[in-house]
Design a binder for this molecule. Sequence first.
Ligand code: UD1
Length: 353
Amino acid sequence: MSRILLTGAAGFIGSHVHNALIAAGHEVVAVDVMLSAAHGPAAPVPEGVHRVDVRDGPALDHLLTGIDVVCHQAAVVGAGVSAQDAPAYASHNDFGTAVLLAAMDRARCRRLVLASSMVVYGEGCYRGERCGRADVGTRRREDLDRGMFEHRDPATGESLTWDSVPEDAPLRPRSLYAASKLAQENYARAWASATGSGVTALRYHNVYGDDMPRDTPYSGVAAIFRSALEAGRPPQVFEDGGQTRDFIHVHDIAAANVAAVEQPLPDFVPLNIASGRPITIGEVASILAAARGGPAPEVTGRYRPGDVRHIVADPERAGHAIGFTAQVDPVAGLSKFAFAPLRSAAATGAPLV
Ligand code: UD1
């Protein structure tokens, strides 16, 4: 049994982690700042959660007494809708992590489990039959406008297919959110080496499940499709629907956090947390539409300029390092998600500093 400080405990992922840690017999001190962008302006603080901002060092000093491990889920999420979101990401995610790490040092707390994200990689890994492994940049607008969505080898023009992404792949964040997640990792890595502590950074792939926030500009695609179907509208599939991702159920994310808490690792260890069963966005839309009995998805050919084409994890390392293997098959999990409860749409505003 460990004594754990859990941050972001009222959020979509944090509340599932909270339940799983308690079910595994741990003692949890749960905190959340209850950001109105995530919870709405007057949301009550859930039972068993203290309203605390991770940027408040003195409040953390009080709570960190006797804590063995910090499980840090608190963050402003989403891809970032405009440049105006940058200060909120930097303040809550990066300054917040810096304040937390300093407080952990004062309390001699030497273990951190950090919620990171596959967004730190930017684009996934690619290969071509003739050119082998290829390093890709940003897709060209002219190609996207012509419906050429796959990456091509710059030298030969050959169309490339995805390869799975290992943890030592280059880190090239492409959004404000991704920049803030990588900065969190960098602070945690430096803290681990300066203090002789252990950090396990869990790079979540595309998370879905009960209580996911509804359709907002900051939501993931599973909730957007799910909300459209509920309203009787067809899911709008961007590009040609062939974009590949790894969808992992929030119960598996919670189990990965329990495994990371229970398995101390030295230094800084990043781990892909993924189902290991890649799926295209077109398939995600079809599974959800079929489960709800329609309407059928519309493949629009539209695109979001900053989107990556494919990002598929290699989940092996988490199995070796912390004994974590995902249990929920994405086809079964997404079919069930078609009718899962979602969080209310009360909170749709941009995050504030
Ligand atoms: C998402 C998150 C990111 C998170 C990561 C891992 C957002 C905006 N992005 O990145 O913050 O860290 O997962 O969990 O929360 N799409 C459609 N139709 C739509 C909306 C999206 O076809 O209505 C497509 C997009 O073009 C993209 C794919 O769905 O190809 C996935 O989009 P999204 O859910 O935003 O996820 P990621 O970009 O993978």
